[in-house]
Write a protein of this length. Structure first.
Length: 477
């Protein structure tokens, strides 16, 4: 959930810039450039948002980045469908929109290998949605809350702080018994707007792995089939798919938010993200320690790609046929790096309704429209605790006391203990509550903890109280 880019302090940056390090001393500035190009490209050309608003809310409010705002310059070229960023006149990156494969980050004037591939290929047939097997979750209009309790719950969920850091809630959807009972969107956002899920994308990767397990193409207990680890004396060849899903590989895939960390370089400076992740050495025996990072799911993404044929089109066609189409997810963009590996750790865009449809799949034990999508037992497996953490296998679980390593609580104490959820950076949540037959989606650009776990806890608790009050009112009539 916690990510990548510079929550670094100015003093820390200056100290690091002057230190003798094993990485480029200017790496955070290169990372800022890549991050800005990627975010603006994706949210302009996929989500249809205003680039200046995205820059202000998504980039400039992050950590100490605002101190360097005068150095960050970007240009949006709508004809070429790309965004160019420099920092202090250097570190040029380009976010290039490829269409069906989303945006890729290019450095300097290099050209994307994915763009001509996307132009050649037509996935119209494989991307055709088959949604006839199940009723839709709502009509085309926004579903307004039908009572004051639910209206108040959504109002509280959208309440903004009077000063920075802000919460910037963008969408809330409440799905009860497979139907939307309430939803609300920020100005400029609608039922069809594709929004970034950040690390909620890890839960989608969980689903893709699950489908491959159901089809007999992968097993969670098998060693991850990554060519770089197959040397006779390489201890990494014992790392299993289960350990990647549970973030217990033991690999040194550090994710510190310093801008210097392995993760930041992987996402915003490397052409082949999974290839870079495969260079990480072991720092602990696989299966013995939990270490949350994006690298595990970038490695899983390479496994998924190679299992399906090795090309971006193989992955996208598979995801559409086996997951997005059967669930009726209409507004989805899964992004890829320039090698055709899906960015299955962070970068899937979907409408808030589509994220709710995804949550409903797990609420319904992996079945959609009478068709089994995930293997029997997969939902239980995914929501079973890893070691002593509040994490399962690609999902977060409820009911664990204490705090995660970055200080946010494991637990939503006001939400039923059987809840589990997809969660992403800046407050993305898809909360699944089986005992209430409920899915609650909250998407935003939050820089304050009230928009993160604590805010999701309050929102879901308010929604449950509103639904229970509504049921009591109906029963009394």
């Amino acid at each position: 959930m916690h990510k990548i880019l510079p929550a670094l302090t100015v003093s820390g940056l200056l100290a690091l810039l002057s230190a003798c390090t094993l990485v480029r001393p200017d790496q955070p500035l290169a990372v800022i450039s890549g991050f800005n190009s990627h975010q603006l490209c994706s949210e302009v050309f996929i989500s249809g948002l205003d680039p200046d608003q995205v820059y202000r809310e998504r980039v400039l409010e992050m950590g100490a980045v605002h101190y360097f705002g005068s150095l960050i310059h970007y240009q949006v070229d709508r004809d070429k469908r790309e965004v160019t960023t420099t920092v202090g006149g250097f570190y040029k990156t380009r976010g290039v929109y490829t269409g069906q494969y989303g945006c890729v980050v290019m450095h300097g004037n290099e050209e994307s290998a994915l763009l001509p591939q996307a132009a050649r290929e037509s996935l119209k047939k494989t991307m055709a949605l088959d949604v006839a097997a199940q009723p839709d979750i709502a009509g085309p209009a926004v579903v307004e809350p039908r009572d004051t309790r639910m209206r108040a719950a959504l109002e509280r969920g959208f309440a903004e702080r009077e000063q920075a850091p802000y919460i910037h809630t963008k969408a809330i959807v409440v799905l009860k018994d497979g139907k939307i009972v309430a939803e609300r969107y920020a100005p400029g956002i609608g039922v069809d707007t594709s929004l970034l899920g950040y690390s909620s994308t890890k839960s989608v990767s969980n689903a893709l792995v699950g489908i491959l397990v159901r089809q007999g193409k992968l097993q969670v207990g098998q060693a991850a089939p990554l060519a770089a680890w197959q040397g006779q004396d390489d201890p990494r060849k014992a790392i299993t798919i289960d350990q990647l899903l549970r973030q217990t590989s033991g690999l040194a895939l550090d994710q510190t938010n310093s801008g210097y960390d392995f993760n930041a370089r992987m996402l915003y400076m490397e052409h082949d993200m999974a290839g870079f992740a495969q260079t990480a050495a072991l720092k602990a025996k696989p299966g013995t320690a939990w270490d949350y990072n994006d690298g595990h799911f970038i490695l899983l993404s390479r496994v998924i790609r190679d299992t399906l044929g090795g090309h971006a089109s193989d992955v996208l066609g598979f995801a559409q046929r086996e997951l997005f189409g059967p669930l009726g997810m209409r507004h989805v963009t899964l992004e890829f790096d320039d090698t055709g590996t899906p960015l299955g750790a962070d970068y899937m865009f979907a409408s808030a309704r589509d994220w709710a449809r995804f949550g409903q799949l797990y609420l319904d034990d992996g079945v959609a429209g009478g068709k089994r999508i995930l293997p029997p037992g997969w939902v239980k497996y995914s929501s079973t605790q890893t070691l002593d953490t509040g994490y399962g296998a690609g999902f977060w679980i409820n009911g664990v006391s204490g705090n995660a390593p970055w200080g946010l609580p494991w637990n939503m104490p006001h939400v039923p203990v059987d809840a589990f959820y997809a969660m992403g950076f800046m407050g993305q949540h898809v909360v699944i509550v089986p005992s209430q037959r409920l899915v609650v989606v909250r998407l935003g650009v939050s820089h304050h903890r009230d928009g993160m776990v604590e805010g999701a806890d309050r929102l879901v608790a308010d929604v449950i109280a509103a639904l229970q009050g509504d049921a009591a009112t109906v029963a009394s009539k």
